[in-house]
Design a protein around this ligand. Structure first.
Ligand code: FE
Length: 215
């Protein structure tokens, strides 16, 4: 990724935002979607069997320079026609008492399998709502490591999560089996690593639960 790509990415992100300069400064604290929707048909999602520890909320991570607001609503953020292996991340959005949060918004963005972001469109970007049991499911590909602005990044998935009565959480998910690159990235946090749960044909499945305080 070169400097021009970075600037184009920043320009695209800012260009579609209609907020004031002051609001732009705290752009990362704003989600651009409406609450009041509940995602997924009943029984459509697997959620997770992960243990929730009351009082332990999901840590924050930097947004980074490559967020684009107003993504399409979709669970499958793959680029049509790309034959890379499928990564399915399922889980729940919970409050600090481990109760599910229905209608929470999750806005995901990540690189493709070559470590490239789409700065002009919405490939590998999309938002979705949790179902009545607080479950979500992301269908994507395995992200790849990259270097931008001379900073090396291990593979990760960016996400903004917010429930109807929670603060906005901006964070990143990591791959526990990317040990070599995780060790080279000071942003890597083990508690933000997804848990691989199995393989289903070409799809590798993993789980992660987000835990947010209620306001
Ligand atoms: Fe990134």
């Amino acid at each position: 990724m070169n400097r021009r790509d970075v600037l184009v990415g920043l320009g695209a992100a800012i260009g579609v935002t209609t907020l004031s300069v002051a609001a732009l400064a705290r752009r990362s604290e704003i989600l651009h979607y409406e609450f009041g929707e509940i995602g997924a048909p009943a029984g459509g999602l697997t959620g997770s069997d992960l243990q929730c520890t009351a009082g332990t909320v999901t840590p924050r991570q930097p947004e980074g320079p490559f967020y684009t607001p107003m993504t399409p609503r979709r669970r499958d953020i793959r680029d049509a026609g790309v034959g890379a292996g499928v990564l399915v991340v399922g889980g729940r959005v919970l409050d600090a008492q481990c109760r599910p949060i229905a209608g929470a918004i999750l806005d995901f963005w990540q690189t493709d399998h070559h470590g490239r972001y789409d700065h002009h469109g919405y490939r590998y970007r999309g938002h979705q709502y949790t179902d009545a049991q607080g479950r979500f499911e992301l269908v994507s590909v395995r992200p790849h490591a990259y270097t931008a602005l001379s900073i090396f990044r291990t593979p990760h998935i960016h996400v903004k999560v917010q429930g109807p009565d929670t603060p906005l959480l901006t964070t990143q998910l990591y791959l526990p089996d990317a040990e070599d690159t995780n060790a080279r990235d000071r942003g890597y946090v083990p508690s933000l690593a997804i848990a691989f749960t199995g393989q289903d044909g070409p799809a590798r499945h993993a789980a992660f639960d987000f835990v947010l305080p209620r306001t």
